[in-house]
Design a protein around this ligand. Structure first.
Ligand code: DOR
Ligand code: ZN
Length: 363
């Protein structure tokens, strides 16, 4: 990573006018399918070299054939000239076949499996109802070194929605980590100080992704002067003390925390409804948002580790060798974007951000 061609490090953290960093990856994104896929995928592909693609389509991606087909559709939608590799995931169900998962991993089609507790979020109805039901699958994943990506919330309606992540740690995750000590686990889109503390205390097989939005908004954002559906996502943003804990973790330089946008586009009609969908569409200005946060914390020099190095290291992949350039220049985020003839509100809509993404550095 360079600042105006000077290496940036702990001794030289001064903010530059230009930032050149190893091209980042997005370790958690929803690309959808069909016309919306074709419209949104290039926001991700222009910034990120690789992305872990969530399998919560309808029907979910539960077979090698389905993942191959989806990967082909993604690649067909990527603009010519953009180098982008979608990393596919398998959606775990109570009855998923361990053999299919092992085959998909061996063939390089599946990179990881995604655990949605049933009914936790969008298209999770086919998710896992009881972790015991997938113990055989987890045994296989542990043996072959295949990462498990977890939506970490209990679905018990008696548990307050703001406590569901913390309760998940106590009821499910702590035991899972003990039962499968060699299983690589990513605690996805963490939202609480409890999750930060837990991840820090566990060994190197547990890591976490952190979204741009959970670094910037707390739960007040959903209720500012009225109901704000475009700030509603799952897990929901928590109180301010949790946001601050997430900012500390993301910007700490710890290799246990890395970038995962959880960009989850839903049209205005789907969001602004009596029962609006969860999800924040942050892909259009993702790296700009993270850069702003790292700069505010005075550690812009740690952005590259979080965005481009910790993730590949955890997944056992090489970091990207190409680079991107960010420039300190105000960028206006549009109030809305039209994707496949529908309106979408991007994260930071109407704001001016201090860093703009210039594109790939010429090698
Ligand atoms: O806010 C979210 N949106 N959280 C999820 O877990 C799913 C995602 C989606 O697919 O829309
Ligand atoms: Zn997600």
């Amino acid at each position: 990573m360079t600042i105006s061609d000077k290496p940036m490090n702990e001794e030289n953290p001064a903010p530059p006018a230009r930032l050149t960093l190893r091209r980042p990856d997005d370790w958690h994104v929803h690309l959808r399918d069909g016309a919306i896929l074709a419209s949104v995928v290039n926001y991700t592909a222009r910034q990120f070299a690789r992305a872990i693609v969530m399998p919560n389509l309808n029907p979910p991606v539960t077979t090698v054939a389905a993942a191959k087909g989806y990967r082909d559709r993604i690649l067909a939608a990527v603009e010519p000239g953009l180098a982008f590799e979608p990393l596919m995931t398998c959606y775990l169900t109570d009855t998923i076949d361990a053999g299919e998962i092992e085959r998909g991993f061996a063939d390089g089609v599946f990179t990881a499996c995604k655990l949605y507790p049933a009914h936790a979020t969008t298209n999770s109805d086919h998710g896992v109802t009881d972790i015991q039901k997938i113990h055989r699958v987890l045994d296989v994943m542990q043996r072959i070194g295949m990462p498990l990506l977890i939506h970490g919330e209990v679905t018990d309606r008696h548990v307050d929605i703001f406590d569901r992540e913390a309760v998940f740690i106590d009821r499910i995750l702590a035991k899972l980590i003990t039962d499968f000590p060699a299983l690589k686990v990513v605690f996805e889109h963490i939202t609480t100080a409890d999750a930060v503390t837990f991840v820090e205390a566990c060994g190197p097989n547990l890591a976490a992704t952190i979204t741009p939005h959970h670094l910037r908004i707390n739960r007040n954002a959903m209720f500012e002067g009225g109901i704000r559906p475009h700030h509603y996502c799952l897990p929901v943003a928590k109180r301010e003390s949790h946001r601050l804990a997430l900012r500390r973790a993301a910007t700490s330089g710890s290799p246990k925390f890395f970038l995962g946008t959880d960009s989850a586009p839903h049209s205005i009609t789907q969001k602004e409804s009596a029962c609006g969908c969860a999800g924040i569409f942050n892909a259009p200005f993702a790296i700009e948002s993270y850069a702003m946060t790292f700069e505010e914390e005075g550690v812009l020099h740690r952005l590259e580790g979080f965005a481009s190095e910790h993730g590949p290291a955890f997944y056992g992949l090489a970091p990207n060798s190409d680079k991107i350039i960010l420039e300190r220049w105000p960028v206006n985020v549009p109030a809305k974007l039209v994707e496949a003839s529908e309106d979408f509100i991007p994260f930071h809509a109407g704001e001016t951000l201090p860093w703009r993404f210039l594109g790939l550095a010429r090698s």
